[in-house]
Design a protein around this ligand. Structure first.
Ligand code: R5P
Length: 291
């Protein structure tokens, strides 16, 4: 089936790389936001009988959701045979349980909504914590790409004597894999979160290592950066060499990026799942391989 790539605003760079890798056309549409912030959308492409690949990473999802939904609906209306959503960052994966009575399990409802208008979902390291796989909440086929081989490769090429640190138990899944591939030791900390920016992280003990190493903190999401900053502070208290902070998804809410930069980290590195100046690890080839 012929493929045609569409990009939601902000995803043009990744969409262009995917189109060039697949040697397929990019689709055009007109998007206009009315003064009252409602969306106008008009398709300017022939999609009949084709697979429409829509690239839309889903950080800050609420404002992206209606344009994404409308685009998918007009693609179907115009005869696209299949809508594949490439959402390298998949939002609403962290509220996967009712922590308190009356709370909404947003991960499930968001999955139901997306599954209602998309035929297939391709994403990168979704935040799977209490949910073991996307299949348990998404009713459409999903493909999950792992950034770990790319992160290990970057570490091997750029860091001498790394010691990897996962800032919480959830991070063990990717930190252990990155450590194995990079041939480096690792340790995993224990975190408790009391509020959006209020986290406690246990102290990493690197005292047994002599000074000739680089601490590398690896996490999936950097949102408020509170988790990273707390870990960097513990390392500073122990006089370790300055750490490198690696996150898969550069969410960086508010001033998080500048706060992390000023916290005493040596370098901040992320994957290009969300466009950001810290993107140094390119996972596009893995997305192309799934299409
Ligand atoms: C949490 O469970 C994730 O793995 C990350 O540790 C978390 O999302 C980081 O959030 P923040 O940057 O706000 O501390």
């Amino acid at each position: 089936m012929d493929k045609i790539i569409f990009s939601l605003a902000g995803n043009e760079k990744l969409a262009a790389s995917i189109a060039s890798g697949l040697k397929c056309e990019t689709g055009k549409y007109l998007y206009h936001q009315f003064p009252d912030e409602e969306s106008y959308i008009k398709l300017n492409a022939d999609v009949s009988g084709k697979e429409a690949i829509v690239v839309c990473t889903l950080d800050r999802p609420d404002s992206k959701f209606m344009p994404l939904y409308f685009l998918c609906e007009i693609l179907k209306d115009a005869g696209a045979d299949k809508i594949t959503l490439v959402a390298p960052y998949l939002s609403y994966m962290r509220q996967d349980k009712k922590f308190n009575p009356g709370e909404c399990i947003t991960s499930e409802h968001f999955a139901n909504l997306l599954s209602s208008f998309v035929d297939e979902l391709i994403t990168v390291d979704p935040h799977l914590h209490r949910i073991s796989s996307l299949e348990s909440i998404y009713s459409i086929p999903t493909k999950t790409i792992h950034a770990t081989p790319f992160i290990s490769q970057w570490i091997k090429e750029n860091i001498k004597n790394p010691i990897l640190i996962g800032p919480d138990m959830e991070s063990k899944q990717w930190v252990s894999q990155v450590a194995k591939d990079a041939g480096a030791p690792y340790t995993v900390l224990i975190k408790s979160r009391m509020g959006d920016k209020n986290v406690k992280v246990s102290v990493p003990h690197l005292k047994n290592h002599n000074g000739n190493y680089t601490p590398v903190i690896v996490d999936d999401i950097i949102s408020t950066a509170a988790t990273m900053i707390k870990t960097v502070e513990h390392l500073k208290e122990q006089d370790t060499p300055s750490p490198i902070c690696i996150g898969i998804h550069a969410v960086f809410s508010g001033n998080a990026y500048s706060e992390l930069k000023n916290s005493g980290t040596d370098e901040i590195v992320t994957c290009n799942t969300i466009l950001h100046e810290s993107n140094k690890i390119d996972i596009t080839s893995a997305i192309i391989a799934q299409l």
